[in-house]
Design a protein around this ligand. Structure first.
Ligand code: DHB
Ligand code: FE
Length: 289
């Protein structure tokens, strides 16, 4: 059967993609960010997943304000790189895994989560920047990402957005869905976005290092308590875009220790850096022990 063996958490700052695409990653400002992912790129090579289930948010790219699914699963064979206003990033298109995605949709909907099925969808920096950080920068034309990806888009842009508790429970349903798939596949689940940042209004530029690190401690060690953090705390403490962090709870909920308290997770890597563009960068890798 398929299994989720590890979870990856990372911010998705668009300027990180631009820094890579423009060859600025060796400049001191950016090198401090990319150095935090050196371990991770080697870890990806050593633990190459058969499929990445990638939880991210679309930034009014595929979904405008015309149509806003709360949870959307990408079931297509492939996903083109979005043009976010300055041309698509020069990275390979994303290859999907329609069979596993359709199975997860079936199982998770039967577990009473109402997913939107998406058969056609460009993917923006929310998805491609985490791939670049974890896999390096494959040339757009003659290569492909190391693993197929199932994009899973969460609305954290337009209120009302789902609660941390809902996301955490959804992660548990996704784990069950994966474990009922009848083929031996090593699946990683990624939660992306965050950490503290606010891009608008009088508090634009807000970053809260202390709150971010306390949240990381709790997300790792006591995810049930972390899932109960209310929206208002994210917005007050981590800024309006800090709410992207609820997506990390989908990945955390899919780990084995949540289903079985006799099991534990091991922290393979943890990194925090301020600033990158307007945000704090957080990154964690957990493996099922
Ligand atoms: C920035 C960060 C984001 O997460 C995002 O989606 C857009 C912009 C920023 O730091 O500028
Ligand atoms: Fe974002």
């Amino acid at each position: 059967m398929a299994r989720i063996t590890a979870s990856v958490y990372t911010s998705h700052v668009p300027a990180i993609g631009a820094a890579l695409d423009l060859g600025k990653d060796k400049e001191p400002y950016w090198k401090n960010v990319f150095d935090g992912y050196e371990y991770s790129k080697q870890w990806m090579k050593d633990n190459k997943p058969d499929v990445v289930f990638l939880v991210y948010n679309d930034h009014a790219t595929a979904f405008s304000l015309d149509m806003i699914p709360t949870f959307a699963i990408g079931t297509a064979p492939g996903f083109p790189i979005a043009d976010e206003g300055w041309g698509p990033r020069p990275v390979p298109p994303v290859v999907g895994h329609p069979e596993l995605a359709a199975h997860i949709a079936q199982s998770v909907i039967q577990q009473d989560f109402d997913l939107t099925i998406v058969n056609k969808m460009p993917v923006d920096h929310g998805l491609t920047v985490p791939l670049s950080l974890m896999c390096g920068q494959p040339p757009a034309n003659d290569f492909h990402w190391p693993s197929p990806v199932i994009p899973f888009a969460v609305n954290v842009v337009q209120y009302p957005v789902p609660s941390g508790a809902r996301c955490f429970a959804l992660g548990q349903a996704i784990r069950k869905a994966v474990e009922s798939y009848d083929e031996d596949l090593n699946v990683h689940i990624w939660g992306t976005g965050g950490m503290s940042h606010q891009l608008q209004g009088p508090r634009a530029g807000l970053i809260n290092r202390e709150w971010d690190n306390a949240w990381l401690d709790q997300m790792i060690a006591d995810p049930v308590a972390c899932s109960k953090v209310p929206h208002i705390d994210y917005v007050r403490e981590a800024g309006s875009e800090g709410i992207e962090l609820v997506m990390w709870l989908i990945a955390r909920g899919a780990m084995q220790d949540v289903a079985d308290s006799a099991r534990s997770v091991s922290v393979k890597h943890r990194f925090y850096h301020v600033p990158a563009s307007n945000t704090a960068v957080g990154h964690v890798i957990l493996e099922n022990a």
